[in-house]
Write a protein that binds this ligand. Structure first.
Ligand code: 2PG
Ligand code: MG
Length: 432
């Protein structure tokens, strides 16, 4: 099925910032569209999102050049090609850009088109995206990793640590995992109201972190879990994204709120202390992206008792994932389409992660859209986990809701192993 036309427009993401929407039309008139997300706590090895940089327009954030690249060069390169050969189209896009970081045409331009091709082929096959992307092999519904408090760059540094999340460890179904999260999320509002600290939400829908110390957040989170009727560490585990790259300055880790400064060794010791004290089942980016020694040290110290995820550390980049596998720096990889810039490269990153016996965690960005592509990606690849920010705001709920629809569509073929995904990969959470 040949591609008939390709075009793009500037739309806006959940922060109200400009982003790219690409539309691909096939020769039979069927269309697909791809809406590109955007991060705030970005890794320096991510593919480059092209922004116009004109301070007179959208504070420099407009994406009119990326849109023009889709309408011009990219359209000329892919019109007439077979949409069903996603890998060939994506390889063509990568070669057309010609740079190692996709900075010429922009990863936002390339990814919009790549996602739109995937959507158009699913529509042409008259099947949902997860089925088309996974060739029918995707049946595993993901365990959600859901933010309760949002800090770091998503809350203007109000608290240092970025994501305080929960995982429903004993949920037997995806629906039950959402129900547990619902209970904890709303109990957290009650806890904050009780402390006089309820003040809206941060960028990903988690509560605004009105706290003085990072450890105060743990206490509030534990209180919310208990108030919701659960035992921390039994039914509900804690999951953190330290986003440590943002805390790393001049060779040191800084907790700015607490005016504390650490060497790499001291910082990993602090985090390991938290892991002793609190029921943390997953930790992401505990060390800065290029602190390879720190990552190795953390991985050795954690062993197989917790999930250790590299986000800025790997940036969904095969070369960095390979290096991490060889060096033993983690046991899981955060997967973000726009860190690498095409669907095919993202699928390869997931497959490489799985082939190493590691866990892929499909993730949204802090700047999201109504596009629910990642819900399909998680199921298509049997990734087993999905991270989308919190349990509010429609750009987040669109993804959680889409998994519910996929469940309906899969019917009896749907599988859910929940936190069993950890033991299946040799990670044994301490029993509580
Ligand atoms: C992350 C994401 C989502 P951002 O760090 O994992 O929480 O944030 O999209 O800003 O990189
Ligand atoms: Mg992260």
């Amino acid at each position: 099925m040949k591609i008939q036309s390709v075009h793009a427009l500037q739309i806006f993401d959940s922060r109200g910032h400009p982003t790219v929407e690409a539309i691909v039309e096939l020769e039979n008139g069927v269309r697909g569209r791809g809406l590109v997300p955007s991060g705030a706590s970005t890794g320096s090895h991510e593919a480059i999102e092209l922004r116009d940089g004109d301070p007179a327009r959208f504070r420099g954030k407009s994406v009119f050049r990326a849109v023009a690249h889709v309408d011009g060069e990219i359209a000329r390169a892919v019109v007439g090609r077979d949409a069903f050969d996603q890998a060939a189209i994506d390889d063509r896009l990568v070669r057309l850009d010609g740079t190692s970081d996709k900075s010429r045409l922009g990863a936002n331009a390339l990814l919009g088109v790549s996602m739109a091709v995937a959507q158009a082929t699913a529509a042409a096959r008259a099947v949902p995206l997860y089925e088309s992307l996974g060739g029918g092999a995707g049946t595993l519904l993901p365990l959600p990793e859901i933010q309760i408090f949002g800090g770091g760059k998503h809350a203007h540094g109000r608290i240092d640590i970025q994501d305080f999340m929960v995982m429903a460890l004993r949920a037997r179904t995806y629906e039950e995992a959402l129900e547990v999260t619902f209970n904890v999320y709303h109990a957290a509002a009650d806890v904050m109201r009780g402390r006089g600290g309820l003040a809206g939400v941060a960028d990903e829908g988690g509560y605004w972190p009105n706290f003085d110390r990072n450890e105060d957040v743990f206490e509030a989170l534990l209180a919310a879990i208990v108030q919701a009727g659960y035992t921390p560490g039994r039914e509900v585990g804690l999951s953190l994204d330290i986003a440590a790259t943002d805390l790393f300055r001049e060779g040191h880790y800084e907790l700015g709120r607490e005016k504390r400064r650490f060497t790499s060794e001291q910082f990993s010791a602090l985090l390991l202390g938290w892991m002793e004290k609190y029921p943390i089942v997953s930790i992401e980016d505990p060390m800065a992206e290029d602190d390879w020694d720190g990552w190795r040290r953390m991985n050795v110290a954690i062993g197989r008792r917790c999930q250790l995820i590299g986000d800025d550390h790997f940036t969904t980049n095969l070369a960095r994932i390979d290096r991490g596998i060889a060096a033993g720096t983690a046991n899981a990889v955060l997967i973000k389409l726009n860190q690498i810039g095409t669907v095919t490269e993202t699928l390869r990153a997931i497959r490489r992660t799985q082939a190493a016996g590691w866990l892929p965690v499909v993730s949204a960005r802090s700047g999201e859209t109504e596009d629910a592509f990642i819900a399909h990606l998680a199921v298509a690849t049997n990734a087993g986990q999905l991270k989308v920010g919190s349990f509010s705001r429609s750009e987040r709920m669109a993804k959680w809701n889409e998994v519910l629809r996929i469940h309906q569509h899969l019917g009896a073929r749907a599988r859910f192993v929940g936190a069993g995904i950890f033991s299946e990969h040799g990670i044994t959470l301490p029993s509580r």
